[in-house]
Design a protein around this ligand. Structure first.
Ligand SMILES: [Zn+2]
Length: 231
């Protein structure tokens, strides 16, 4: 153990840890993202706001208990950069950081009480194999830990792989995601409160499709927590 620590110190002498936002060297008390970049992140403060914009997005679409997003997603902004590092550059520590940031907020809020399971929007196994990880796992495990809930990614699954849907119109996208998800067990979440999580919410089509599947379970309650929300 001691040997590893010495090697780590020598390593950091030559390759100092840099902020994933601005690439400047991190202070010893900073982790992953420097203090300046953290202050630049556009927090939504939705956690303590009932009827926030994210909740309103699902009115008439999915009956939700509560919904929150940690940050606004700004194209070409820092949030887009961090999500990109998390999804495509194996920087899973961003998921950990966002998980404890949002988890702490939710824990201290009077909302989001009695969550039983934290459930990620699933990745198709093929895509997970290619990427090597689900970018929501670390985020979800930490959220579950903070909320005294369990993390569960094997009941809600993705059955078909899709090409990127970014450029399709809203209705086309909605049509396309409707049959992509399935529950492996229709009673597992019976009488439970689920916190469904994702990285970015734009149209809400994916969350809606996942919720439609979850709602096949009797007496289920659904809340939403996402890393970023696009206005
Ligand atoms: Zn920075």
């Amino acid at each position: 153990m001691k040997k590893i620590k010495v090697l780590n110190n020598v390593f950091s002498l030559f390759f100092p840890k840099v902020c994933l936002g601005c690439k400047f060297q991190l202070n010893t008390n900073e982790n992953t993202i420097c203090t300046t970049c953290r202050h630049d992140l556009p927090e939504t403060n939705f956690t303590n706001i009932p009827k926030n914009a994210l909740e309103k997005k699902f009115y008439g679409r999915v009956p939700l208990n509560e919904a929150t997003a940690l940050f606004y997603f700004h194209k070409k902004g820092k949030t887009q950069q961090f999500i990109h590092e998390l999804k495509y550059k194996n920087h899973q520590e961003i998921g950990e950081l966002f998980g404890s940031w949002l988890g702490e907020q939710m824990k201290q809020s009077t909302r989001f009480k009695n969550i039983d399971y934290v459930v990620p929007v699933p990745l198709h196994p093929k895509k997970k194999k290619k990427r090597g990880y689900n970018q929501l796992t670390k985020f979800g495990v930490i959220l579950a830990n903070k909320l005294n809930a369990q993390y569960c990614e094997n009941i809600l699954i993705k059955t078909e792989s899709t090409d990127t849907q970014t450029h399709k119109a809203r209705f086309e996208r909605w049509k396309n995601v409707q049959h992509l998800f399935r529950l492996t067990d229709l009673s597992f979440f019976k009488n439970k409160h689920i916190l469904l999580i994702d990285d970015v919410v734009t149209t809400g089509a994916t969350i809606e499709a996942c919720s439609q599947q979850l709602l096949k379970t009797k007496n289920i309650k659904i809340s939403i927590a996402v890393m970023t929300y696009t206005e």
